[in-house]
Design a protein around this ligand. Sequence first.
Ligand SMILES: N[C@@H](CCC(=O)N[C@@H](CS)C(=O)NCC(=O)O)C(=O)O
Length: 347
Amino acid sequence: MAAPYRIYGMDASFFTQKVLSYFAYKEIPTAYHKKTVALKDEIEKKSGTHLIPVVETPEGGWLTDSTHIAFEMDRRFPDSLLLPDAPLARMMARILEDYIDEWLTLSAMHYRWINEPDRSLAGQSLARDFVGIPQDAVLDAQGKTLISSARDMITHWAMGMTEKLDCGLDARPEIEGDWIRLVTLLNQHFRHSAFLLGPRPCLADFALYGAVVAHFIFDPTPRKVATHHGPQLLIWRDRMHKVRAGSGVIDWPVIDSVPETLAPLLQHIAMGFHPYLLGNHQALSGNQKFVRLDQGYGVRQIIARQSTERTRLETAQDFAGFSEKDKQAVQSNLEPLGVLAAYTLAL
Ligand SMILES: N[C@@H](CCC(=O)N[C@@H](CS)C(=O)NCC(=O)O)C(=O)O
């Protein structure tokens, strides 16, 4: 059997579940390891990042960042590409993935850390992975002490992040209203479409799957919303869980206009995330530390993030590489929905 790709991450991690799911879809030989405290220093030294997940290739190289890892896996396993080449479908997939990776993470942090039942469940799970105690192992007194101090440390870190991202209690009406609307829009879309772009999953589906399984249906509070407003989202989750590229990957559908149920989802992204995306670009260009946003719920001050700007630029560069004819076709479809402006700033 071929040597596996080693994925180091944690169960209750958004990006770990995203990467695990597209490795499973592409049927890549994989060994999944928890990034425990015992392995932490060595992994961080070798991979060059403290973020999870990271992937060690069979030849001993290290890959980081779920989007970059996906591109590398597409290069190595081109029979099951995660992104379509057709310009409109490709841009929609990238816009959706950017939103899920860079904005939905704030909602995920909010729900996980502001309510005690969510905080406690997730804290336990992350602490067990960190300490290296299996999720279902019965804890003795020493185990309980270890888990409790790891949980306190993780919770302390998470509360600091929640503050920096201004996604704590003050942002509750905005973030929780947003989650209900998103679930409703996804429910409507998945009633008509097996995956985000039709019959075949794309990278944005795997990003959403990571978010859903690691956070939004793992954490009890957002799960209630998903169960109530999003039965189709749960059916899609089951479909994603099982989907494999297999020997016969379905062709990408021909998409020459925005599907009816995807248009409101893209507008939702334009109204919620893109003011931050544009503000983040301006803040970083002007050496400002924070992005100030007021979307009708009062001002939020969210830390400016280089990683989000890098993601924006990579998607913008993809668009810039299209032919003039393809650019026009994408523009005529996506500009009216408000999702292209952030990707057509001067590069
Ligand atoms: N852009 C990175 C993000 C990775 C990331 O933020 N991972 C989270 C866990 S889901 C993490 O390691 N957080 C720790 C931190 O931010 O310090 C990716 O796509 O892989």
